[in-house]
Design a protein around this ligand. Structure first.
Ligand code: NAG
Ligand code: NAG
Ligand code: NAG
Ligand code: NAG
Ligand code: NAG
Ligand code: NAG
Ligand code: NAG
Ligand code: NAG
Length: 414
């Protein structure tokens, strides 16, 4: 009898390793040796064959290659699971590990990279393997611009780029901060960032029915996924056509800790150290009516997490949404910070969806932004033409797909 449990333990360990190897496209040297380009074996990448696809939606001038499930989460989803769908350039992959710690459910993230992003990719990949909650939850999808000349997408861009790195000087170091300090995540993308394509790729790569579409520098309150699975999941489906809003805040990070609970958030707000997101920069895009009632309700000890219906606030409104996989995707082609986020709430309005705010949960952004950086303002000017061309296409697409007669509520797309 004494021996039996131990045998089972071995069996479980062996089958877990086999399952893990099977389910992960890239988990070649896991547990045996750490990742190291000197013993890099490209064959292991190719079995099972990576799923690399062309991505070109809404007649966007951008064409991308996507390697779905470059890393694949182990955790199994239920029908109440909500994937945190987020995106970034590969240097921002350093932010995803905090989400893996605090978001209990699955995470589907798209990372865009170019020739200069392989050191960051190598660091992400290593940390993904050695941080248990990252391996549990994070499915990452790699995105790069389709090469102009050969018009084809192949995994070799990634495989060659990784194998071309000089060998990892600290193959066993699993400390995120060390890699950040060593500059491993320093990467700046040499071409414009395509926000809506990346949002959509993260959604397309999610294995759950429910998608929380969020920005990567945005972090969630304690137990957010558990609370939302109870309060929001049942209302988000094809028949009810409800999109659920998760409120966003920003806080002064100079001397203050991130507010992970509603009590901490309330205290910071009372001291003018936390505000609705972009309160000073672009309040009209983010303001969600009923803030005081929301706080009062969520702070009360005996209240049950619920949803409060709210009307669509107009075409510059960009609330953070949980949607069903069957709901429309973001219209692609808008440059970053010019109507990109606003496209989905507007289309949902045109398509007859309604909105409701979730109590008890919120997200917060480190730092209060008072004005746009000069770099951001210059970038906006540079892409204004592209934004207006995409806007034209978007209007034509909407008028074709939905009634041309707009309700009083939706009005015109700008
Ligand atoms: C894409 O282009 C085709 C052909 O020009 C057009 O019929 C279609 O409506 C366009 N689709 C979108 C989403 O703009
Ligand atoms: C490999 O690295 C060298 C030097 O850093 C670079 O010139 C070359 O383009 C790289 N090759 C690939 C396939 O990434
Ligand atoms: C990625 O893996 C998940 C989980 O196995 C699977 O459901 C999904 O279809 C895969 N995604 C793609 C785009 O193949
Ligand atoms: C989170 O959930 C745990 C376990 O159910 C509970 O003890 C804790 O109070 C919750 N925290 C918040 C802020 O909801
Ligand atoms: C989830 O699945 C269970 C059992 O399969 C079912 O009873 C329940 O209604 C489902 N919930 C939703 C939100 O689809
Ligand atoms: C953040 O807090 C510091 C220290 O109290 C203060 O000097 C600064 O003005 C605050 N920032 C904002 C945006 O309120
Ligand atoms: C605050 O919430 C409590 C409990 O939900 C409720 O009884 C009370 O009327 C609310 N107060 C205000 C000012 O909304
Ligand atoms: C265009 O974008 C919408 C999201 O706005 C998406 O639902 C639709 O499938 C896309 N159409 C094409 C032709 O890709």
């Amino acid at each position: 009898m004494q021996q039996l449990p131990r045998i089972f333990l071995y069996l479980i360990l062996i089958s877990a390793s086999v399952l893990f190897l099977y389910f992960s496209n890239i988990s070649y040297s896991i547990n045996l040796t750490s990742w190291d380009s000197t013993n890099f074996d490209t064959h292991l990448f190719l079995s099972p064959e990576p799923l690399v696809q062309i991505w070109n939606k809404n007649n966007s001038t951008d064409k991308f290659c996507v390697w779905f499930n470059f890393t694949k989460a182990i955790q199994i989803s239920s029908n109440l699971s909500i994937s945190l769908c987020t995106h970034g350039s590969i240097g921002y992959s350093k932010f995803i590990f905090d989400h893996a710690k605090h978001w209990s459910d699955l995470i589907s993230v798209s990372f865009i990279l170019d020739e200069n992003g392989f050191s960051a990719l190598q660091a992400f990949q290593k940390l993904h393997q050695c941080i248990p909650e990252a391996a549990e939850k994070i499915s990452a999808h790699l995105v790069w611009r389709m090469p102009l000349n050969d018009g084809e997408c192949s995994a070799s861009f990634i495989i060659k780029g990784l194998s071309n790195l000089s060998s990892d000087s600290e193959p066993f170091n699993c400390d995120l901060e060390t890699h950040i300090e060593a500059g491993r995540f320093e990467h700046s993308l040499s071409s414009p960032y395509p926000p809506n394509s990346l949002r959509n790729i993260a959604r397309r790569g999610a294995s759950t029915n429910l998608h929380l579409i969020a920005d990567i520098e945005n972090h969630f309150s304690l137990n957010a996924s558990e609370i939302l699975s109870i309060s929001a999941a049942k209302s988000i489906n094809k028949n009810d056509k409800v999109a659920v809003i998760v409120r966003r805040f920003e806080y002064n990070d100079t001397f203050f800790e991130p507010p992970r609970t509603i009590y901490e958030l309330n205290e910071l707000m009372e001291n003018n150290q936390a505000f609705e997101f972009h309160h000073f920069l672009y309040a009209v895009g983010h303001r969600i009516p009923g803030l005081n009632n929301w706080l009062n309700y969520s702070l009360s000890a005996d209240t049950v997490p619920n949803l409060t219906p709210i009307t669509y606030q107009g075409n510059v409104w960009e609330p953070q949404l949980i949607v069903h996989s069957s709901y429309p995707y973001h219209f692609e082609g808008f440059p970053i910070r010019i109507h990109d986020q606003q496209a989905l709430p507007y289309e949902l309005c045109r398509a007859g969806y309604s909105f409701a705010v979730a109590s008890h949960v919120f997200s917060f952004h480190k730092g209060i932004k008072l004005s746009p950086s000069t770099k951001e303002s210059a970038a906006r000017k540079a892409v204004a033409k592209m934004a207006s061309e995409t806007g034209k296409k978007f209007r034509a697409y909407l008028d074709k797909k939905y009634s041309k007669i707009k309700s009083k509520n939706c009005k015109d797309w700008k």
